[in-house]
Design a binder for this molecule. Structure first.
Ligand code: V47
Ligand code: SF4
Length: 357
């Protein structure tokens, strides 16, 4: 199997789900990383992309209660609930743009009260104030929530947000798309089919996006491969993904973590990066999201198929609530040295993967 997979990869032939599962379960670790690195180098040479960005999590109030989530507050009057006004969002963005931010990554809980206009105002204020900064905002479940509140279609919501300045969607909320797992970990959330449909609609409207996979909880390797296949299939039908981002499940302060009390190993993280690179032949980048991978493992991932380290972040609330040491972000100097230390070439990009000179 190993030789035939290697031959297929070298001839740029697509791997099957059976082959991806074999790689996950049986390929010798270093050989797997080297093969994924070979593909990464074919696509991007020694370049590793990174972005000076800020994560803006505008509220933690959420009408849902996903079992892995340590960030959301169901009650608006909880002492730790918060909800920023468009002016507060603007002030947070200003702090980071003053330090060179090229991208704003904006996601939040599903607030019960905001009208669609709140989100339109948020984006149009940011667009007016920062005309050249990339605006990547709102996951599929947020967009569905806005559509329900405004009683219009997701396509109409996307059109209005695009008119206000939206340029790309983040990849959050995909979790595991396979119904039997999704039902257990976030049964109230939109279905996997709906997540795919929102991204398909966005791609068809010229709005690119990312895709994630939350792994290391109750899912099997087969579920992961099935999830990857659903993403690859969507990219074939409606191209528009920039990057695939494996997200490491963090167990603190959430119901799922209380039950499982475990985190996936560094080797499993690297194997996931490598299998993703080899299987997702049609997606430009695999992102080693250092916040969740851990900095050391993210660095090793740069030699195991990843071509993107994500960003400086500035302020991170979702994974740090679940136990990650990521609340403060990284400096530009740190991003550069993480990449250079493993012999790669840092390339600063914006949110649309355009190089920053
Ligand atoms: O959607 C929630 C996940 C996501 C936990 O598109 C958790 O460029 C681990 O999607 N343990 C948000 N993960 C992060 C995200 C993202 C990050 C960086 C870049 C991009 C991009 C997207 O975090 C959520 C959810 O899937 N999440 N709780 C947890 N306990
Ligand atoms: Fe709400 Fe998102 Fe947390 Fe689910 S993951 S409870 S939708 S904030």
């Amino acid at each position: 199997m190993w030789q035939s997979i290697k031959d297929k990869v070298k001839q740029k032939h697509r791997l099957t789900k059976t082959e991806a599962l074999w790689l996950y379960e049986q390929a010798p670790a270093q050989d797997l990383y080297d093969l994924a690195n070979f593909v990464k180098i074919q696509k991007h040479g020694k370049n590793i992309y990174w972005v000076n960005n800020r994560h803006i999590n505008y509220t933690n109030v959420c009408v849902l209660n996903c079992r892995f989530c340590a960030f959301s507050k169901i009650k608006k009057d909880s002492p730790t609930a918060y909800n920023w006004s468009p002016a507060e969002v603007l002030a947070k963005a200003q702090e980071s743009v003053d330090q060179g931010a090229q991208e704003l990554h904006i996601v939040g809980g599903l607030h019960p009260d905001h009208p669609l206009q709140y989100y339109i105002d948020m984006l149009s204020n940011l667009r007016a104030q920062f005309p050249t900064v990339s605006l990547k905002a709102f996951t599929a479940v947020e967009l569905i929530h806005f559509a329900q509140i405004a009683d219009i279609s997701v396509a109409e919501v996307l059109q209005r947000l695009k008119d206000a300045g939206l340029q790309a969607l983040p990849g959050g909320g995909a979790e595991i798309l396979v119904p039997e797992v999704r039902q257990e970990i976030c049964g109230e959330k939109e279905s996997g089919e709906q997540w795919l449909q929102v991204h398909r609609t966005a791609h068809e409207m010229g709005i690119p996006s990312n895709a994630t996979m939350l792994f290391g909880h109750i899912e099997s390797l087969q579920h992961r491969v099935e999830h990857l296949a659903m993403i690859r299939d969507l990219e074939d039908r409606a191209p528009g993904f920039f990057a695939f981002i494996p997200l490491v499940f963090h167990p603190e302060n959430n119901a799922l973590g209380q039950r499982l009390k475990k985190m996936t190993s560094p080797e499993d993280r690297l194997r996931t990066i490598a299998v993703s690179r080899l299987f997702l032949d049609n997606i430009p980048h695999i992102k080693a999201y250092w916040v969740q991978m851990g900095i050391d493992v993210a660095q090793q991932a740069l030699l195991a198929g990843a071509s993107d380290l994500d960003g400086t972040i500035a302020e991170e609330k979702i994974t740090s609530a679940a136990g990650a040491q990521s609340a403060q972000g990284l400096s530009v100097a740190q991003m550069n040295s993480i990449i250079k230390e493993v012999g790669c070439v840092p390339v600063e990009r914006n949110g649309l993967y355009e190089n920053i000179p």
